[in-house]
Design a binder for this molecule. Structure first.
Ligand code: CA
Length: 218
């Protein structure tokens, strides 16, 4: 579930946003203090931040500045009562993805949230990286330590499945279904054969066999 951090110290506003977002199907965290908001945003557990400028502890601009030093991808929408152009510019210069002057209509906030989440999603899926392995999903190019390796379309699809589920054991059934589109086991060892092909290209240790369960990317 998409999780949104609401960093806002005015209870009336935060509860209004919180209720609306939960009704729209998001999970939420409400934080009233800049220091704690930064901590949670850096923990990697949320997908988007609604960030008030006037927060106790450290203010929204400072939260944003420190956040961008560490994690450039997390979408941030600044919320503020201040509507001066100067503040808008400071927010966007500081790496905010959007800016929402208070008061606002909830529907407008929701529309902007959807837009920013979609942008972030599109950015996230253009490239996958794990250790020395890189996949460019636009050019369908695979690299190991920056060197291009040739993968067939099926090998690329299998590699993509592993890189989108790092640390997870993927069973033969899951791989057959997601990579080959087969919801039954054709009784061949096609998965094992292709895993062997990928090991040949990514390195013998790149994919671990988990006995009786399947395979895991290392
Ligand atoms: Ca405030």
């Amino acid at each position: 579930m998409t999780r949104i951090l609401i960093a806002e110290d005015e209870e009336r506003i935060s509860s209004f946003i919180d209720k609306g977002l939960r009704a729209a199907g998001y999970s939420t965290d409400v934080i009233v203090n800049g220091t704690e908001a930064l901590e949670l945003a850096l923990s990697g557990s949320c997908d988007l931040v609604l960030l008030d400028v006037g927060l106790p502890g450290i203010d929204g601009f400072e939260v944003l500045r420190r956040l961008r030093e560490r994690n450039t991808a997390l979408p941030v929408i600044m919320l503020t009562a201040r509507t001066s152009t100067l503040d808008t510019v400071a927010g966007l210069d500081g790496g905010a993805n959007d800016y929402m002057p208070k008061p606002f209509k909830f529907d407008e906030l929701l529309a902007r949230i959807r837009l920013r989440l979609r942008d972030a999603g599109q950015l996230a899926v253009t490239a996958l990286n794990r250790g020395p392995i890189g996949l460019d999903l636009l050019t369908r190019r695979a690299t190991v330590d920056g060197r291009t390796v040739d993968l067939s379309a099926r090998e690329f699809a299998l590699a993509e499945e592993f890189l989108t589920h790092p640390d997870q054991v993927l069973s033969r059934e899951q791989l057959l279904s997601r990579v080959w589109g087969l919801d039954f086991d054709p009784g061949s060892n096609v998965v094992d054969v292709y895993v062997r092909y990928l090991r040949g290209k990514f390195g013998a240790d790149a994919i671990e066999t988990v006995r009786g369960m399947g395979y895991r990317l290392l």
